[in-house]
Design a protein around this ligand. Structure first.
Ligand code: ACM
Length: 295
């Protein structure tokens, strides 16, 4: 619910910048776009009375690959680029059911016109076109790892969220990669037993699991290693309404992730981390920051 005004965004970007943080927006496309269809139903392949979703999940209602859609997307990105003076803009690309495209004249004609062999290749075309648009404006696109199964040929940075092994595919194809494998870094998942934890999303990522995340994969060449830009803790807030709850979900798992990413690998030690943890949680107490108290 709610929205950010341009003034809000400017304030957030400046606040972060003052703390040496770059805010990278994600404008997810062509899926996860029902909110846009609610405002602009003409961007769907199928006429309808779309409503902003009030539950999480994947919708078959996605953007139709029409010229009107590309014009809309480019206009949105022009506005986004102005607000976020970043090198990178994330353009999503995850969880795109193709049912609507299979039944759309616009999508089928695009396939003939562009020599595309499948609806998945429409997504590759969509992605390349939008990434190229960003490149023309001196920006780089980031996309979820599904995009590499859609025949994308340009150098979009791949954000790996499913199996961490998808990283190898990205690196072998010369893409940069950012790692946020759900099994290790999805901080919206339960931290412990579901019966005693606040409602969270599907699965469990314990503090120990986060600590055992290995962002340096075996058997990579030096060049491939250099293509890994880093990793990310992901927090999706569908079930999180208050800052206190957000803090609770972040802490102490974010401490573990910080150590995984910012400590020399040789110094990584789960036992020592557990011994140090009270020093950190004491600080969290002083800051009145909510956190989960046991492992
Ligand atoms: C994702 O969690 N769908 C990127």
């Amino acid at each position: 619910e709610g929205f950010y005004s341009q003034e809000d965004i400017k304030e957030i970007v400046q606040y972060a910048k003052d703390r040496y943080i770059t805010v990278i927006p994600e404008i997810d496309m062509p899926g996860h776009m029902v909110a846009a269809l609610a405002a602009y139903p003409e961007l769907a392949c199928k006429a309808g009375n779309y409503r902003v979703l009030t539950y999480w999940g994947i919708s078959e209602d996605i953007l139709c690959p029409s010229e009107a859609t590309f014009e809309f997307v480019e206009n949105v990105l022009l506005e986004v680029m102005e607000l976020f003076p970043n090198e990178y803009i994330h353009i999503g690309g995850d969880e795109v059911p193709t049912t609507r495209w299979e039944n759309s004249d616009i999508a089928q004609q695009l396939m003939i016109k562009e020599g595309l062999n499948s609806e998945d290749e429409i997504q590759g075309y969509f992605y390349e076109r939008v990434s190229d648009f960003l490149a023309e404006h001196g920006r780089k696109a980031i996309g979820w790892d599904e995009i590499q199964e859609k025949g994308i040929k340009n150098k979009t940075t791949v954000m790996v969220w499913r199996n961490i092994e998808n990283t190898r595919v990205a690196l072998e194809n010369g893409h940069q990669a950012i790692l946020t494998p759900a099994d290790f870094t999805y901080l919206n998942y339960y931290q412990g037993n579901q019966s005693t934890e606040p409602l969270a999303q599907c699965c469990m990522v314990t503090l120990e699991k986060v600590y055992h995340f290995e962002p340096i994969l075996d058997e990579l060449t030096e060049v491939q290693q250099s293509l890994i830009l880093g990793a990310q803790g992901s927090m999706w807030t569908e079930y999180i309404k208050t800052n206190k709850h957000l803090e609770y979900m972040l802490s102490p798992r974010l401490l573990a992730l910080s150590e995984v990413l910012w400590t020399n690998h040789e110094l990584k030690n789960w036992t020592v981390f557990q011994q140090k943890l009270p020093l950190h949680t004491e600080n969290l107490e002083k800051l009145n920051f909510s956190y989960r108290k046991s492992n």
